[in-house]
Write a protein that binds this ligand. Structure first.
Ligand code: S3P
Length: 166
């Protein structure tokens, strides 16, 4: 079984994905970490030295490889992964996609002080909120194509949904 957690940066894909995978007894895959291992650079460094296009291509390649494998896993996808190179189609066709929908106000609280996300780079919190809100609005129609949409889920609610789908 392949489970993809999709959603905005700060929505909790990794935080929920790790215990979820361990409850289900399958590996946890952090897509950003896969990209970093492949490139030998952090996401931030890839954006800075090779550019976003290069990042998106590697991201799409990593997604396709895992999607085409025989493996079971829970993947915390990068926030933009469903939105480039038909990512959402690949995700939907190869497994169960779950959109973790979290309000922009909550996202801001979680990623506000973090400087590791190049797309959210901003001079102050107000600007960061605008960036988050803009990205959220643009991506929502894509995220909403997920098989399941959960608002502010807990590990328990995620597990319940997955048991129902099995
Ligand atoms: C991105 C989200 C990041 C990372 C990169 C781009 C995005 O992952 O892939 O900085 O486009 O939303 P997280 O969603 O894990 O923060």
């Amino acid at each position: 079984m392949k489970i993809y957690l999709i959603g905005m940066p700060g929505s909790g894909k990794s935080t929920l994905g790790k215990p979820l995978a361990s409850e289900l007894g399958i590996p946890f895959v952090d897509q950003d970490k896969e990209i970093e291992d492949r490139e030998g650079k952090t996401v931030k460094e890839i954006f800075a030295s090779l550019g976003e296009d290069h990042f998106r291509q590697t991201e799409a390649q990593v997604l396709r490889e895992w999607a085409g494998s025989e493996k079971s896993f829970v993947m915390a996808t990068g926030g933009g992964s469903p939105c480039f190179y038909n990512g959402i189609e690949i995700i939907r066709q190869s497994g169960l996609s779950i959109f973790i929908d979290v309000s922009v106000a909550e996202l801001l609280k979680r990623v506000g002080a973090n400087k590791d996300r190049p797309l959210l780079h901003a001079n102050d919190l107000k600007e960061k909120e605008e960036r988050l809100a803009g990205l959220y609005e643009k991506r929502l129609p894509i995220y909403q194509q997920a098989h399941v949409i959960l608002h502010h889920p807990t590990l328990k609610s995620l597990l319940e949904v997955i048991q129902l789908r099995k």
